[in-house]
Write a protein that binds this ligand. Structure first.
Ligand code: PGA
Ligand code: ZN
Length: 430
């Protein structure tokens, strides 16, 4: 891109996500003719403090979930404000968006409007510079392919009728390359399907492409995954480890965490005990949101007890927001932050949170949302950060596979320069 390529047009559109809900797509055109789009994902088990996803609330359209107001903000407010800015000045673009919005939560413009614009600017600038997005955002240093965390059993609010826990993930950390890690994961996913068929259990999938079997307990889900790994010819813990997302805020009822499938309710301490027990019985390398999103003391305690033996990932606790992460670092809550650009609403703020986490010795897990699109930006983001972890759902369904396919392309294009994160991504630093 010549230093002169500047933003000529910004256009918003209402399109659909993988659940058939409306979402925002933004296309940016530069004065050198470059053009690129970005599409924003949408969560279901959202943290309380996430930036605001603006929905129209007009019940006559999409049950109130339309995003025509956010699209209008892109066309009428964001477009004029960004026109003329240099496309590769991401910091300034995002500063303009933040100022134009003027709220802490992006509630005026909508974080779906701001992220769509922010990300589309990054994508078009990368294109104008003839760089892959990962190199545009991360520079020449971007070369680490993340270890994929493949969600193969969906429960909670993503998998109605399935396990209580939201996500049961395979972590093929023993593979030599990303391509091989993906193959380990896919073969195990297929072995898991076979096991479910043999047990005459349904093999329907949930929002993120994981199976949603009816099982008597959450431990039974972990046992099944262990069997699937072995059936596929891999060694649990050596080739493939396990990770969980409890999404515990959605388990919280009447002051306790309810595991409905098991007919029991647990306190925060008992949840910690459950993580320890599972950590002893299974090759469990990461637990996400094991407590609800306002229990900072509980997180400090849990991290003190378990943080040296497994990754404790904060998603709803930090909502990718630097101010919450600052609090978490001070109080030693968790040792990993989940990074989702739409939780905070601009590319710059996303990068800032992730970089602060890495500098503080926390790991970063770049993540999709349960409502996704064909947009693959998070794959590039994970490589740009060299953070070594991505969770993008099952190795099935187009919107999930798109991210993994993008990583295959990046790995191929980096050639000898590519390095697979593997087990090193889960080595405990603190
Ligand atoms: P969400 O779930 O996208 O529905 O918020 C993903 C997660 O909790 O990690
Ligand atoms: Zn989560």
């Amino acid at each position: 891109m010549g230093a002169s390529a500047s933003i000529a047009r910004v256009m918003g559109a209402e399109v659909l996500d993988s659940r058939g809900n409306p979402t925002v797509q933004v296309t940016v055109v530069l004065d050198d003719g470059s053009l690129a789009s970005a599409t924003v994902p949408s969560g279901a088990s959202t943290g309380d403090a996430e930036a605001v996803e603006l929905r129209d609330g007009d019940r006559r359209r999409y049950g109130g979930k339309g995003v025509l107001n956010a699209v209008r903000h892109v066309n009428e407010l964001i477009g004029p404000a960004l026109t003329g800015l240099l496309a590769d000045d991401q910091w300034r673009i995002d500063a303009v968006l933040i100022e134009l919005d003027g709220t802490d939560s992006k509630s005026r413009l909508g974080a779906n409007a701001t992220l769509g614009a922010s990300l589309a600017c990054a994508r078009v600038a990368a294109q104008a510079c003839h760089l892959p997005l990962c190199r545009y955002l991360g520079g020449d240093a971007a070369h680490i392919l993340p270890t994929p965390m493949l969600n193969v059993l969906d429960g909670g609010i993503h998998g109605n009728g399935g396990p209580d826990l939201q996500e049961f993930m395979l972590v093929p950390l023993g593979a030599p390359t990303f391509r091989e890690a993906l193959r380990y994961g896919v073969e195990t996913y297929h072995a898991l399907r076979e096991l479910l068929v043999e047990r005459r259990t349904v093999t329907n999938v949930g929002d993120e492409g994981g199976f949603v079997p009816v099982l008597s307990s959450n431990g039974a889900a972990l046992d099944l995954m262990m069997q699937a790994i072995e059936r596929a010819g891999y060694r649990p813990g050596e080739d493939i480890s396990l990770a969980l997302d409890f999404a515990a805020t959605s388990l919280w009822h009447d002051g306790r965490y309810r595991l409905e499938r098991e007919g029991r309710s647990l306190s925060a301490q008992e949840m910690t005990g459950l993580c320890r027990e599972w950590g002893e019985r299974y090759p469990l390398v990461s637990v996400e949101d094991p407590l609800m999103d306002n229990d900072w003391d509980g997180y400090a305690e849990l991290t003190r007890e378990l943080g040296d033996r497994m990754q404790i990932a904060g998603d709803d606790l930090f909502v990718s927001n630097r101010s919450f992460l600052v609090k978490g670092i001070a109080q030693r809550c968790c040792n990993c932050v989940v990074i989702k650009p739409n939780q905070v609403g601009t590319v710059t703020e996303t990068l800032n949170t992730a970089r602060m986490a890495l500098a503080a010795g926390y790991s970063c897990m770049v993540a999709h949302r349960s409502g996704e699109t064909e947009d693959t930006s998070i794959a590039d983001l994970a490589v740009a950060l060299n953070c070594g972890q991505i969770k993008a759902g099952a190795p099935a369904r187009g919107e999930r596979v798109a991210k993994y396919n993008r990583l295959l392309t990046i790995e191929g294009s980096l050639g000898e320069g590519a390095h697979f994160a593997g087990r090193a991504a889960f080595q405990r630093k603190r």
